[in-house]
Design a protein around this ligand. Structure first.
Ligand SMILES: [Cu+2]
Length: 95
């Protein structure tokens, strides 16, 4: 019999996640913990928003700034978009 499960040693229970916006596209973590604080960092020279399609969260980030919002408290996949640029879409997975 072999016991081969080692812990992964990750740190912190509610480590902050960051979603970057660059070149009119979102890139971020695959998932965030429910109710955690998520940072949106806008690296473009135009303002963007990260707005949930169902209105459950919204962050407005001016050019070159970062803002935070609180992830939904229930797990699920939440589609979001930018209210300024209708071609910008992403999905936030909450666990
Ligand atoms: Cu935008």
């Amino acid at each position: 019999m072999t016991a081969s499960s080692m812990g992964t040693g990750s740190t912190g229970a509610t480590t902050a996640a960051t979603i970057h916006i660059k070149s009119f596209a979102y890139s971020g973590p695959d998932s965030v913990p429910a109710g955690s604080t998520v940072t949106v960092m806008n690296m473009d020279t135009e303002a963007h928003t990260l707005t949930a399609d169902d209105g459950s969260f919204e962050a407005v980030a001016k050019a070159g700034t970062s803002v935070t919002f609180t992830a939904p408290s229930k797990p699920g996949a939440f589609a979001y978009h930018c209210t300024y640029h209708s071609n910008m879409h992403g999905t936030l997975t909450v666990k």
